[in-house]
Structures are given as structure tokens and as C-alpha cells.
Design a protein around this ligand. Sequence first.
Ligand SMILES: *[C@@H]1O[C@H](CO)[C@@H](O)[C@H](O)[C@H]1NC(C)=O
Ligand SMILES: *[C@@H]1O[C@H](CO)[C@@H](O)[C@H](O)[C@H]1NC(C)=O
Length: 341
Amino acid sequence: MVLLTSSTVSAILTSGIICISTILLFLTGYALQQQSVRNIQHALRPPSTTPIAHQEHSNLARNVHSGQEVLPELSLDRDKASYPGARGNYAYLQLLSDPDPSNICSAIAFFKTLATNSTIAQDRLFMYPQDWDLAPPSSISTPVSTALSLLRAASTKYGIWLLPIDMTKATSAGYTVTDTKVLRLGQIQFMQYDGVLYVQTPGLLLDTEKLDSMLFSHSLPLRHDKSRPDSYNNEAWIPMPLRPDRDATLPPVYLVTVNNVGSQIEARGHIPNVSLPGFGDLVTGPWGVHEKKGHKSSPGYVYFEKDKDGYVQWAGNPLFGAWRAKQYDVCDGLDLDDTYE
Ligand SMILES: *[C@@H]1O[C@H](CO)[C@@H](O)[C@H](O)[C@H]1NC(C)=O
Ligand SMILES: *[C@@H]1O[C@H](CO)[C@@H](O)[C@H](O)[C@H]1NC(C)=O
């Protein structure tokens, strides 16, 4: 047996503590470095990178298993050249500020149809408050956590970029999280796009080609350019600034174009000119479906209205059954007719 003096013991303890601190410091530094590597990778993302590789940076997507079924490189066969505005980088956006399982399934179904029906727009974006990723599992209900894990799996399968938005700037100032606030804080992520088209959830995609033509059939405002009147006086897209202080919800169809002037990023919002023949009825509410006769064609995307309790209206909605079927197709195992808190 070796007898230790108290000074030896304290020396051993001290060096032990120093060792542990050093290891902790190293680990912290390593984690920080990995974080910034990821941020840099994100910032440097070339426009045409496949979504799957990019999802690294999203918390929701982090536990997606590799080796899952991935769609082959989506074909852009449909003649892009026939659309003058199609050269560039475009995305469809669905956005939720509240993790409602039915709405999450509606968004998944939307993205699945886009992916399997070869949209011309390269990217599919889903934007949501980062809190959804950070909430401890015990604090969310089973339907919500099921819907979120279905969303994670779908992000790989259908090439959805998950964009978790840090809302602390709004919540720490006492504001509630609304759709418009999520977009305001999140639109910085649109830097690499020429245009991002938001369509309201819940809704049903009826015709991918028609929805695409909303983005590509008319010249888009794109970046502000004095020599191009279309950029500020556009017949198809009417400027509509985002007003998160006044409005909680977004217009049901909302086009964001991004100006990237030096280090400054300016996003401009637009709504479609519904008086433009054949344009305003590409995306409508359920009423657009009734007018099938004669010259009026059926819409590409139909967004649904909600009653005062936040439930999608059955009455006067001829697409409700078809929509439910699409939801169950992507959210097997959830009871969507149940009511959620
Ligand atoms: C998807 O493609 C199929 C086959 O081309 C077509 O019948 C269907 O209408 C399309 N659906 C949408 C939503 O575009
Ligand atoms: C909207 O479209 C109509 C019909 O083409 C046109 O007369 C009107 O000027 C357009 N509105 C704007 C703001 O461009």
C-alpha cells in the first residue's frame, strides 16, 4: 500500500480537474467548429446541389436515416425553354407557425405530388419555427410528434428542404409566433433563389403543370432594375409588402423575389393579379372548382378555408374527400378526423 500525503492527493485531484477541463474545452471547440463548418457549407451551397446533401443543417432532418428510398434525380424534362422565365432558381414554399398534424400532412402530400409529378421548380421548402425541433418530447402530443417524424422521413423521400427558423427575436420581445413573423425572420434563407412561391396550407395540388405555369408563364418581377419595367411595374404580380406587425396570416398566394445588393438582402412580396385572364384562377379557394363550365378551367392548386375553430370546412368544399385521401396516403397511422388540442 502506498501512503499519500495530502499535498500529493491535491496534486492528483488538480491535474485530474485540469485534464477534464481540457477535454471539455476541446469538445466545445470541436462542436463550435463543426457548427460553423455547417453554416459555411450552407452559405456556400451552389444553387443546384441536391436537397438531400443540404439537409445536414436542419435539426428536423438530422435523424433521417441514410439509405432510405430517395427519388432519382428529378427530371426537368418538361420543356423549360418554352417558359422564358424558367432560367434561374425557383422554389415552392409551405409554411406553418403551428404544428397542426393535419396541416403538416397536407404539406407533405403537396410536396409528394410536386416531386412525383416533375415540377419545373427546383426546390421544395418547408418553413417552421425552430421550437418544433427543440421541444422536449414530453411536451408535445403523440399526434404532433408522429406528424413531425413523418415530415422528417418525407424530407428525404421527396426532397424537401426543412427550414427551421429561430423565432427568439420575436418571442423574447413578447410577440406571438405568426405566419408572417416566421416568413419575415426566415426569408433571408431565400438568398439563392430568383423566386419563391408560397401557397397556403392546407390545400390540394390538382395539377402540377398549372401551378408551374403560375411561376413561369409570365415574366416575374425578380430583382429591381430600372431598365426593366417588369421588375417594378409587373402586370401579373402586384407588390404587397409583408406586414408582420399588422397581419398574422399571409396572402394565400405570395411570391417572394430577392434582391441581393452587395451584403444587403431585400425581399419583395407580391400577390397575383387576379384580373389577368387565365392567371388569377391558377390558384384559388374551393369556389374555383365549381366553375368548370365554359372558358373557366379548373385550378392548379386549391387552398382551403377554415372555420372559426381552425378546422377545414367540409361544407362547399368538393375536394375535401380527395384531400383527406392524399393526407392518409402520406400520414398512415394518424387519425386526422380526431380533434387536436
Ligand atoms: C400527375 O401526373 C399524372 C400522370 O401524368 C396525371 O394524371 C396527374 O393529373 C398529375 N397530377 C398532378 C397533381 O399534377
Ligand atoms: C391586372 O390585369 C388587368 C387585365 O390584364 C390589367 O388591366 C391591369 O392593369 C393589371 N393590374 C396591374 C396592377 O398591372
